[in-house]
Design a protein around this ligand. Structure first.
Ligand code: CA
Length: 233
């Protein structure tokens, strides 16, 4: 069971460049996916939404600029950062690329370090608001600003995924959430992971919660529910 590595879709018709980028991304904690033209990139996006798109300017078929425009107009794709790759360094091309909806622009040849820095920068800028709202249910408190969870005044230690999961459940109590709903709400549309991953994190969350772990109920055949009654004091 591995954690989610950011998926980087490389849309690039030059195989040697795509391979070089792929190797470097893989060595630096990303999952590269290569598409050699707009059509195959579209199929890839339709199947799994990437975290970042590296988009070559000059492609057979639809150009990078046309693709950027198309994807920016698509509600499902528009939040995915696009980094344009081009051999040209022209100011007018740069403006065209950014106008088409690219988040940033990188001119070939570029260094691996520069590419990684740009990818990390667009990921940071596009990161969804991670600050969870604070919530208290009985003796259990979650502080979104400080990322702290306390039960009866004692700080509980947990990982970031367990924290997000708990935050979601505490904001949506007394309702049963299926595994796929939890994947969607907690992990997001970017991830293709098995539903049993949810079970693993629920188990960890219960362990982290200690006494309060019984607030999370397993509803057979349906999913999980956080319930406050009888545990709140
Ligand atoms: Ca090209």
């Amino acid at each position: 069971m591995r954690s989610h590595l950011p998926r980087v879709l490389i849309v690039e018709d030059e195989k040697a460049i795509a391979e070089l980028i792929s190797v470097n991304l893989r060595h630096n904690g990303f999952t590269p996916i290569w598409s050699e033209d707009g059509d195959s990139a579209q199929r890839e996006i339709d199947s799994v939404l990437p975290d970042v798109i590296l988009l070559d300017w000059m492609l057979p078929g639809q150009s990078g600029v046309a693709l950027a425009k198309k994807w920016r107009a698509d509600p499902r794709i528009k939040a995915v950062p696009i980094l344009m790759l081009t051999a040209r360094g022209d100011e007018s091309d740069k403006v065209l690329g950014l106008d088409a909806g690219a988040d940033d622009y990188i001119t070939k040849p570029f260094s691996t370090q520069e590419l990684l820095a740009r990818i990390r920068a667009v990921l940071r800028r596009r990161a969804p608001e991670q600050v969870a709202e604070s919530v208290t249910l009985g003796a259990l408190s979650l502080d979104g600003a400080s990322y702290r969870v306390t039960f009866a005044g004692q700080t509980l230690k947990m990982g970031p995924t367990e924290f997000k999961l708990l935050s979601f459940l505490m904001h949506h109590t007394e309702r049963v959430h299926s595994r796929s709903q939890l994947l969607d709400k907690v992990w997001g549309d970017h991830v293709f992971i098995e539903e049993r991953t949810v079970d693993v994190h629920v188990k960890r969350l219960r362990e982290a919660l200690g006494e309060a772990g019984s607030m999370i109920e397993t509803v057979r055949g349906a999913g999980y529910r956080l319930t406050v009654n009888a545990h709140a004091t």
